[in-house]
Design a protein around this ligand. Sequence first.
Ligand SMILES: [Zn+2]
Length: 172
Amino acid sequence: MTRKTPHDRLPVLLRAAARARERAYAPYSGFRVGAAVLAEGRIHAAGNMENSSYPLSICAERNAVAMAIAAGARRIDAVAIVGGTKRPAAPCGGCRQVLAEFASPDAPLVYASPDGRSVTTTVGALLPSSFGPDDVMGAAAGSMSTLRGPSGSSRSAARSRGTRSSGRRRSP
Ligand SMILES: [Zn+2]
């Protein structure tokens, strides 16, 4: 049996995204979207979730990412999205940023309209020159080196180490 690449899983992810779209909660806009992410071998899928307080609505992509992270995953290997009307709807800017937090730039991403038209691309192509974890980590290290207080510096260093290790640790 040959090992499947994340790209090979896109058709399965698309079907999961289409099913999740059916369960989307979008009574106000009627614009239903489903998203599925492949995260460390498992598929997590979700629809968008609107709210009567409109700004609190959450995109399908971010819901699917949150499900993967809640399940303990820390890496997203492929993404599929189903939504749109006249054309496949690409993920919004906010979701591109959230996907880039956990996916490498070459992670495959497909977005498709409900009638089956699709665009296959990568996370990096949708968000080039992205701001990411390395930018923040560098800032934390830089600010630490400028702190010279005897108690303050050791405390902030310890806090920074704790933050870094907890960010990478898998939950038991
Ligand atoms: Zn979005």
